[in-house]
Design a protein around this ligand. Sequence first.
Ligand code: PLP
Length: 427
Amino acid sequence: MSLADLSPAELSALHEELTTRYEELKPAGLKLDLTRGKPSAEQLDLSNELLGLPGPDHTVDAAGVDVRNYGGLQGLQEIRQIFGDLLGIPADQLIAADNSSLSIMHDSLTFALLHGRPGGAPWARLQARGETIKVLCPTPGYDRHFMLSEALGFELIPVDLDVDGPDLDTIKKLAAEDPLIKAIWVVPTYANPNGAVYSSEVTRELVSMPTAADDFTILWDNAYAVHHLTDDEIKPVDVLGLAAEARHPDRVFVYASSSKITFAGAGVSFFGGSKTIIDWYLANLSKRTIGPDKINQLRHALFLKDADGVRALMRRHRAIIEPKFAAVEEILADRLGSYEVARWTEPQGGYFISLDVAEHTAAEVVRLAKEAGIALTPAGSAYPYGKDPADKNIRIAPTFPPLAQVRTAIDGLATCVLLAAVTRRLA
Ligand code: PLP
């Protein structure tokens, strides 16, 4: 029965039952961690062959260049070809770099800030005049996007994000009105954390909308492009093609990486864009490095072989993590469904489940869970400045712990969700 329909006496009885259940969790000495979207050791093991590659006899790339030496700023052609095929981007419009796409996000924004991106003056010049650069943040979103933007002095403007895309009307209105709005964060496929997928139609609107800033930039972070959890393996939208069609070819910065394909800490990252954007980025990059870790790129190319090699590997990841997502959804439905106190996403891919609990209880749920040995990402972390106005959102990252631990943690979490909701109703 819905919590809203319970009489005060029934609520008190439920409160007592839940308190007992919660108190029983504590002596169990749980040490469960659902905080970050990390691959499990079992997933990392899928790529252990990398550790033996490229091997002492393999020191040149397909073009005959010695990968041990300096140079090759744009990265190996063969690894750009594989990820170009996966992302639907020509290899010459892709740069392959070192192990973190977040670093490329940092660098590209810093280059825009310090030197200006094509079509605009350095954003820092505006900041020096006391103006505030602003960035649109579809929420819930990726906390590190928000922290990076904040660290560069940008104001974060939240915009609602639903599972089928963001609030376009608001985005269009704001971007058309305010020349200080320079960018929007987009995780187009299986967004972190709510699994949202941006359709071609939504993408077309974003690349074609009039913007007050000539150098408005879509920060298109396709971190989960190939991370499917169902047989419906959605294809990446041709964002650069659509942007070119809309006569805004330079509007989009594309980011991706193999972090959750091979090794999260030792993968290859990618930056994509129009030819103009790639030339601009390389010109700036050439002052920062003489070239990327080409040995790592070569070993990835040898291991993954081609786009189908990546797809096959991702199916093996899916076999490991799909049961964890299914367990979360099953336990939440079983424990919370009838009380109508929470809603959660059932993503078709990616790394997260987004859980909305009773309003004004998320922080309390996270606190209760922590005391019971279940670590969750801080409430509000999926919102700009860590502030969820309704204090209701919790991000669940089920990939890292073993399945049995995921089950125990989510069952414990469900107890905390209910206990916090009932306590609030009784207050
Ligand atoms: N982008 C999104 C949306 C993510 O969720 C993550 C990691 O969780 C990253 C980027 C980090 O990517 P990388 O490991 O390539 O720095």
